[in-house]
Design a binder for this molecule. Structure first.
Ligand code: ADP
Ligand code: MG
Length: 728
């Protein structure tokens, strides 16, 4: 399988007001043509600047539009073809990550990568021929190693990560929102963004400490020239990472420090994954060390095209952080991914509805043979969405275990509710009927063909266009008036049939509304613009490669192999080369020293964290020791060593599973003198670890392995307690 490197670009923002006021000097420079970035150590002016080469380097005056067109465009285009893609923004707080990902609405050239990706996806979708798409969006954040749904009904609820053998890692319970237009995507993004910031104001936190992931999932259904259909699926992750600054620099203490440490954990896990991937000797890649790396596992060394935008501050007082970002980015570019088109995805919702569509088609075909459909349609052409019944606003599909997901689909049979066109809230834009379709296109064509013989010609596309122009969905038949007019059994039967057909049609039209694609297939200008943008990105890539080749030409090989006209000329050329190599050697020596001191600083940070955690753990240990003698002896928690042994770590939830606290009580049976029964004697010792009477202390749940009934015992229930009594 072909592999490709993670693409990395750097972007240096302009000085901000504070930096200008402090009279900061710019230490970062950029050679855009060669994708090179230089950084000068402000504390050592005599040292040569450090140099890094990337897939692109952008300076203060460059706009997001250029970055998108040059480097992000091919990646997003790939997603509409069935590849997975991920775009990360990395850098210290205030370096321009959100500016790059979300951007500003004005000037338009500074709109962020996320809204540009929406536009791009829908442009590709609309230009596509013989192709239909189901586009869905989700938005989550990871804060303090907790995953939250920014578009869910409860944005504070913590969600769990699950692993599926085919789907890979996913977030259980995450809401997926079907989107039909750029405007819908933007509204969803704004809702999520607001949820992010509102949450933080309430909790006195700020977004620089959380990671957010906006995901656009696309299912693609194509029919080739031979009429064969193909299913593909692509996923685009747009990631705004938390600030990468070192915790010691932030001066955080207490809760804040704890937050910073956790975020550092997630980011350093990302760093460790990158290092392990780049270091060919590593067999184990520590994806499981953090939620972030688990979720982005495929984007790092897996089946994804990945782009990292490393954001930099130019100011001298941020030198350390900027250098650290450059090094991080430099390492990331050596990661090799193995992107491939996701053909025939097993978990595509499209497949789940195949059966239903076949069923609907059969029903419709039956009705059409009666000619009743034609009669019905002749009175009401063109077909318009039918309001089946008034229902509350639809809710989005929630990501479940596959089985649960299938069950959910089974539990929601047709007819579903229609999206309400007048409501502008993002809630209204989503539907619980994520309805893919396979045979829908020819199905609707059949319906319209049938119509054409009896009614004014009108294609389903035109009907859709009309609906899009603001025509309100109308019932095909005014049901009430029909009832009044109808007399006689035949008419009543016909009415019933028509109502059924209306429902079937409504369902089909709903299916049609869920998917998008081909609306602008005949728009030559748009298609040409689309192609031009594709070519532009390709040409830019070629230019960059050529510029880098040119700069390699004055490399050592050429000087050594050249044939010189005179000794003097040879001496001159070789001395120049020697000087250049000496400069390189010095730079490398400085780099080694720098790296060592950086590792040293990192070590200090880690040691400080370990010491703090050790102290925390000691506090708990001491508290336990004080409290233990106070625990009643018939409670299982009086034997803490045993509780420890019975506890186990749950990888999925990230929590310890510990036994429930229970009270073990003994009641001695009344034993006739001289007939002491064996089991009674056995149960008379409450602390021998063989409980024979159990009473949970909590809500009645009994801890694992502690609720065994001893042989020869019967159960009786007392007031608030369950007793296990020996048989007499
Ligand atoms: P981060 O998300 O990395 O913490 P922001 O994106 O919020 O940082 O940027 C911090 C500030 O700098 C914002 O006010 C933003 O508008 C400004 N900024 C960032 N990058 C640029 C840029 N390339 N051009 C102009 N202003 C920028
Ligand atoms: Mg930000």
């Amino acid at each position: 399988m072909a592999s490709e490197s993670v693409k990395v670009v750097v972007r240096c923002r302009p000085m901000n007001q504070r930096e200008r006021e402090l009279n900061c000097q710019a230490v970062v420079t950029v050679d855009c043509a060669r994708g090179q970035c230089f950084i000068q150590n402000p504390g050592a002016a005599d040292e040569p600047p450090k140099q890094f080469t990337f897939d692109g380097a952008y300076y203060m005056d460059h706009v997001t539009e250029q970055i998108y067109n040059e480097i992000a465009y091919p990646l997003v285009e790939g997603v509409t073809e069935g590849y997975n893609g991920t775009i990360f923004a990395y850098g210290q707080t205030g370096s321009g990550k959100s500016f790059t990902m979300q951007g500003l609405p004005d000037p338009p050239s500074q709109r962020g990568i996320i809204p540009r990706a929406f536009e791009h996806v829908f442009e590709s979708v609309q230009c596509a021929e013989n192709t239909k798409f189901l586009v869905r969006a989700s938005y989550l954040e990871i804060y303090n190693e907790d995953v939250r749904d920014l578009l869910g009904p409860d944005t504070k609820q913590k969600l769990e990560l699950k692993e599926h053998p085919e789907k890979g890692v996913y977030v259980k319970g995450l809401s997926l929102h079907t989107v039909h237009s750029v405007a819908q995507c933007e509204r969803i993004m704004e809702t999520g963004w607001k949820n992010r910031s509102v949450g933080y104001t309430l909790m006195n936190k700020d977004s620089s400490r959380s990671h957010s992931i906006f995901t656009i999932s696309i299912e693609i259904y194509t029919v080739d020239e031979r009429g064969k259909d193909h299913l593909r699926a692509g996923k685009l992750n747009l990631v705004d990472l938390a600030g990468s600054e070192r915790q010691s620099k932030t001066g955080a203490t207490g809760e804040r420090l704890k937050e910073a440490t956790k975020i550092n954990l997630s980011l350093s896990a990302l760093g460790n994954v990158i290092s392990a991937l780049v270091d060919g000797r590593c067999k184990h890649i520590p994806y499981r060390d953090s939620k972030l790396t688990r979720l982005l596992q495929d984007s790092l060394g897996g089946n994804t095209k990945t782009l990292m935008v490393a954001c930099l501050s130019p100011a001298d007082n941020n030198y350390d952080e900027t250098l650290s970002t450059l090094r991080y980015a430099n390492r990331a570019k050596n990661i090799k991914n193995k992107p491939r088109i996701n053909e025939d995805p097993k978990d595509a919702l499209l497949r789940e509805y195949q059966e239903e569509i076949k069923r609907l088609k059969a029903i419709l075909a039956q009705h059409m043979s009666h000619g009743s459909l034609a009669a019905m349609l002749s009175s009401q052409a063109p077909p318009k969405p039918v309001q089946v019944e008034e229902k509350p606003l639809p809710t989005p599909v929630i990501q479940q275990d596959t089985e649960a997901e299938k069950q959910l689909i089974r539990e929601h049979p047709s007819p579903p509710e229609l999206p309400e066109p007048s409501d502008t809230s993002s809630e209204a834009e989503v539907s619980n009927s994520d309805l893919p379709l396979s045979t829908l296109m020819d199905l609707v064509t059949e319906v319209t063909n049938e119509m054409e013989s009896t009614a004014e010609p009108s294609s389903w596309m035109e009907a859709e266009a009309e609906a899009a122009q603001g025509t309100q969905p109308q019932p095909l038949h005014p049901v009430g008036s029909l009832r009044k007019e109808n007399v006689g059994v035949e008419v009543a039967v016909l009415t019933e049939e028509l109502l059924d057909q209306q429902k079937v049609l409504a369902r089909l039209q709903l299916l049609e509304q869920q998917v998008v694609g081909g609306e602008q297939a005949k728009n030559k200008d748009l298609k040409e613009k689309h192609k031009r943008r594709k070519r532009y990105a390709d040409e830019r890539k070629k230019q960059l490669v050529a510029a880098l080749q040119n700069s390699d030409e004055d490399s050592g090989d050429w000087v050594l192999l050249n044939v010189y006209d005179s000794i003097q000329e040879e001496v001159r050329a070789k001395s120049k080369l020697l000087e250049k190599m000496q400069r390189k050697l010095r730079a490398a020596e400085v780099e080694i020293k720098d790296l060592q001191s950086e590792f040293q600083l990192e070590k200090i940070d880690y040691l400080a964290t370990i010491r703090r955690q050790e102290r925390d753990s000691m506090l708990f240990q001491q508290l336990l020791e004080q409290v233990q003698p106070l625990i009643r002896r018939d409670c299982n928690y009086s034997n803490l060593d045993r509780i420890r042994r019975e506890s186990c770590w749950d990888e999925d939830s990230g929590f310890w599973k510990i036994p429930e606290p229970i009270i073990i009580k003994t009641s001695l049976p009344v034993v006739p003198t001289g007939q002491q029964n064996k089991s009674a004697r056995k149960t008379s010792a409450p602390d021998n670890g063989e409980p024979n009477m159990v009473r949970p202390m909590g809500a009645g749940r009994v801890g694992r392995g502690l609720c065994s009934h001893s042989e020869g015992a019967s159960i009786a229930t007392g007031k608030g307690a369950t007793f296990i009594m020996p048989k007499d």
